[in-house]
Design a protein. Structure first.
Length: 153
């Protein structure tokens, strides 16, 4: 029996045909799987305007620069927003009732909100916004949280 290098070369595509799908399947377990976060907000005072939810992923950016933001219409004094494809980790959520649909949380000159606002874990601040540690939660899989809206000052 003679050994021919061309016989070995012809078998390579057949081997790759089976090897590549197995390799791709195995490598997907090594990457972080992203999750969805669904936020249900109740006790909005009316259906006027929109609800905006801001997602924060670090203590340093809390209430300064959101990681993601989503707005949605309000129905029956409640709203549901979903953040899709977020990495596992620690987060906080701030929601506000944008009654005039101007895309921002309106505030008085002293910085207090004119529009209703609330945070994850229904965290409340004393003479100011809630603390990050009171509002934080962890996402490891698809997660649902409930927030009860508080009235504006």
């Amino acid at each position: 029996m003679k050994f021919c290098i061309f016989d070995s070369i012809l078998k390579i595509p057949i081997m790759l045909k089976h090897f590549i799908p197995i390799l791709l399947f195995i490598t997907t377990f090594g990457f972080a799987q992203n999750s969805n976060l669904t936020v249900s907000v109740t006790d909005l005072k009316n259906n006027t305007g929109t609800l905006t939810a801001e997602l924060y992923n670090t203590k340093e950016k809390f209430l300064k620069t959101s990681f993601k933001a989503v707005s949605t219409p309000i129905k029956s004094n409640s709203a549901i927003v979903t953040f899709t494809g977020i990495p596992k980790g620690e987060y906080t959520v701030l929601v506000y009732h944008d009654e005039n649909k101007n895309g921002k949380l309106d505030k008085y000159i002293i910085g207090m909100p004119k529009e209703s606002v609330a945070c994850s874990n229904n965290a409340k601040g004393f003479m100011g916004p809630p603390k990050y540690d009171d509002a934080k939660f962890t996402v490891t899989t698809d997660t649902k949280i409930n927030i009860k809206m508080t009235k504006a000052h």
